[in-house]
Design a protein around this ligand. Sequence first.
Ligand SMILES: Cc1cc2nc3c(=O)[nH]c(=O)nc-3n(C[C@H](O)[C@H](O)[C@H](O)COP(=O)(O)OP(=O)(O)OC[C@H]3O[C@@H](n4cnc5c(N)ncnc54)[C@H](O)[C@@H]3O)c2cc1C
Length: 572
Amino acid sequence: MAKDFFHRDIELFIDHRFDWGRYLHLRGVEANVADEVETYKTVLRTTGEVCEDIEAGALDHWHEEVRLENGRVVVPPHIAAGYEKLRGAGLLCLTLGSEYGGYGLPVLVNCAYLEMVARADPSLMTIIGLQAGVAQDIERYGSEELRQRYLPRFVSGELQGCMDLTEPQAGSDLGGIVTRATEEHGRFFLDGEKIFITNGGADVHLVLARDGASFDQSRGTTNGLNLMLCPVTLPDGRRNGVRVARVERKMGIHGSPTCVIELEHAEAFLLGTRGQGFRAMLDLMNNARLGVGAQAIGVAEAAYRAAREYAAQRVQFGTPIVQQPLVKSMLTLMAINLQAARALLYRTCALIDMTEAIRRYLHSERSARDPGRIALQEELEHNTQLIRFFTPLCKYYATEISNHVTRQGIQVHGGVGYMAESPAGHYHSDSIITTIYEGTSEIQAGFALKEMGKGALFTTLERTRTDLQSLSDAQDDLVRLVCDGINKLTGTVGALMGDPQYALLNAKRVCEMVIDVVVSAELLFQAEGGNGKRELAASFIHRHMPAVEVNARRIESGDATRIKRYDRILGL
Ligand SMILES: Cc1cc2nc3c(=O)[nH]c(=O)nc-3n(C[C@H](O)[C@H](O)[C@H](O)COP(=O)(O)OP(=O)(O)OC[C@H]3O[C@@H](n4cnc5c(N)ncnc54)[C@H](O)[C@@H]3O)c2cc1C
């Protein structure tokens, strides 16, 4: 039976929620719009077919661990086979430019691709998801020589990459990095230890290291860091001083290598500007955050489908448990949450694509005599602000929702869900890491709060309000509820922003309020096509607008003295 990996909710977004005509025009692509979109859908359909095959091989091998053999990282056979299947279908590094053999596909298409790979095998996705991001950082910041040396081999799948940021004392706070990059006669060498490195057995490491020339002055900050490309094999064929010292055992994603890396006088090549590596790494991290959001949704989709299927078959009290109102309610909530998280993520990816198209257009000669240049420049600035705001929101929301959906998946399965061999439990174990790596949920909420302070919140609310006005009259009742929610949110934020500690205490709460109104609007737009989505939008809005009100009241009724109360409870 077909598993429907490229399913209608993904297709709906591709078909109806992005202005491909405008995007392709701005990108200067002359192909017929419908043909181009059909090509994207063919890529996704093929991905779906390959993923179906991958999932079949992955489900029974979930427990298999990565091993370290004579310094070599060995992934379980199903991971190696899954990688080869995607490689064989030419489905690696989809977003990389055609000059290096890539397809240059939109971020939105890549997001759907990553979601499907994650649904098939969340461990494999960690390897696949990294590749385009690493390659893109080399494309953006590497010399032409480095690009030519490495990028075509990323696209062909001959080489893999990883990103080495974390150190024992530098987790969320990358200002703590002490891996040293020393310049010797115009060449750089790295010394230090990195931990928790996904795919650490890869051939190419992108390492964040502190520049030796300003080591003491910059210590404790994210200034003075270099982004370095450190290959395991040097261009002249010699083995470099980079070594996997250990692979970790974990509670989930067993097939994903998590490695301790030792760097001993390892030669590395500078990417971008010396001392500004953190900024360059942010590109990769933002990319990876959206990837983890897609991973979280893929795992949640798998968990939801398994629970839905089980509930239809499992009979208790003479009827399938799906007929029990409480089970029905759990499953419905899983479905709504899943689609809400996807709505926010895909909408953000679409915004990234359009913004990149505008940026390229404005940099091209084609825009020289365009009377709309100023308006486009303004749109570019607004969108850039929104992307900085929405990226942490997407990571936060998709991963927290995934934790919730996969946990409910176990509940629907009852005792069977708690058994070691139950996929329901596996999905939850795999999902948990998504709220931790690429920046924890707390860190994402803090980032989003910072962007709100710079004005992104009002830009978002203004745009959401304007967008809502273009909806059809049939949605009036729901639009009114969302507008009330926006008003509540606007009224609350002033009270927050004057007190940084109180704002931090409420960071998650205020993020959820913003997500609630933005997702409500997106779901209303999805419902415009008369495709059965109105029920979903209505359920989300009726559930979440009261939550916005409760959160607003909770924020308004307190102040930073609440933190002092917490201190007393914790005995601090
Ligand atoms: C399986 C796995 C794979 C990984 N892959 C990679 C990889 O490929 N490359 C890489 O470089 N790293 C990787 N990591 C590291 C990962 O990014 C870090 O674990 C993560 O950023 C959190 O850092 P930490 O573990 O040191 O936790 P800490 O920073 O010590 O945080 C502990 C807790 O404190 C909270 N906290 C910390 N600071 C704040 C704050 N300012 N405000 C509010 N709360 C705060 C956190 O949210 C968390 O709840 C991986 C980790 C794991 C487990």
